[in-house]
Design a protein around this ligand. Sequence first.
Ligand SMILES: Cc1cc2nc3c(=O)[nH]c(=O)nc-3n(C[C@H](O)[C@H](O)[C@H](O)COP(=O)(O)OP(=O)(O)OC[C@H]3O[C@@H](n4cnc5c(N)ncnc54)[C@H](O)[C@@H]3O)c2cc1C
Length: 296
Amino acid sequence: MSWQQPLQSFGELSQHESMAAHTTLAVGGMATWYFKPHHKIALCQALSLIPDEIRILPLGRGSNLLVSDQGFKGMVIDLGMLNHVEIKGRTLTAQAGSRMSKLAQTAAKAGLSGLEFMATVPGDLGGGIAMNAGAFGQQASDTCLQVDIVHRHGNEETLSKQQLNMVYRHSQIPDQAIILAASFELLKGKAENILHAMRHMRQKRSQSQPLALPNCGSVFKNPEGDYAARLIEAVGLKGKCMGDAQISNVHANFIVNHGSASSDDIHALIALVQHSVFEKFAIHLEPEVRILESVQ
Ligand SMILES: Cc1cc2nc3c(=O)[nH]c(=O)nc-3n(C[C@H](O)[C@H](O)[C@H](O)COP(=O)(O)OP(=O)(O)OC[C@H]3O[C@@H](n4cnc5c(N)ncnc54)[C@H](O)[C@@H]3O)c2cc1C
């Protein structure tokens, strides 16, 4: 019996799934396989059935992912069904597929502070841990206590944030491992103050970011002591287009898709920015967006 049939009892399995439909940039070719496990136990059991030669890609909201026009040769694992959240005392524990905005709201309503920034980051918790997401002076690693992962063949492990080496927009997740859940130790606060702070952050965002068009947030990490957006503006690339992709006129560290941009268009803009900024300032801008090449 092939491996596909038993896998279907653990979740929804499909073939040739368009990644443009699963990423906020709305670009990218087909994933060979796309699997959405029903729940955590189903995921852990399913992993041992997936042949070793198939590479897996854990997917949250796809809000920090640039997939090649040639697609992804492997299996995308969509964690959307793993979305349980609970609070005990000052500890919030959530599964990887929980929206970060939901975690921020849940914590705030319980009078717990530390996750306010998550109200403005459109990804899921797994992606937020993998990227060590942050904004407004907070980041996931500030309050993270521990992270549960499952390795490629289904064995689970709990890691401390120190073991994950969480630094600016990066965590060291073991190759092919999937984040299952994370817990955070939060501070007591007044719910109305926390909710007010979140509203203020959201308002600031809507004024300074091109949220009406498909994008992936900041394309480049800020180099130490400077801002990628400032450097991109300084080399005159704000507003620059390649096909239907454009360096946003609203925020120069965003690339927006006007409708039919390709992944290649976005790659070309990234390369142009890196080249121009290096030529003028001798600074290498490192992409923050995770770039997935088709060969992977
Ligand atoms: C409008 C906008 C604003 C944004 N603002 C911010 C911001 O202020 N701060 C910030 O940090 N980011 C920001 N981002 C980027 C993005 O939302 C974050 O990086 C977020 O953490 C990504 O979460 P995701 O679920 O979308 O991850 P995905 O894009 O699905 O995945 C990102 C990476 O994480 C890996 N991954 C995802 N889930 C798991 C898992 N369960 N286990 C292991 N690996 C996993 C993926 O394989 C991939 O390599 C913004 C994006 C947009 C579109």
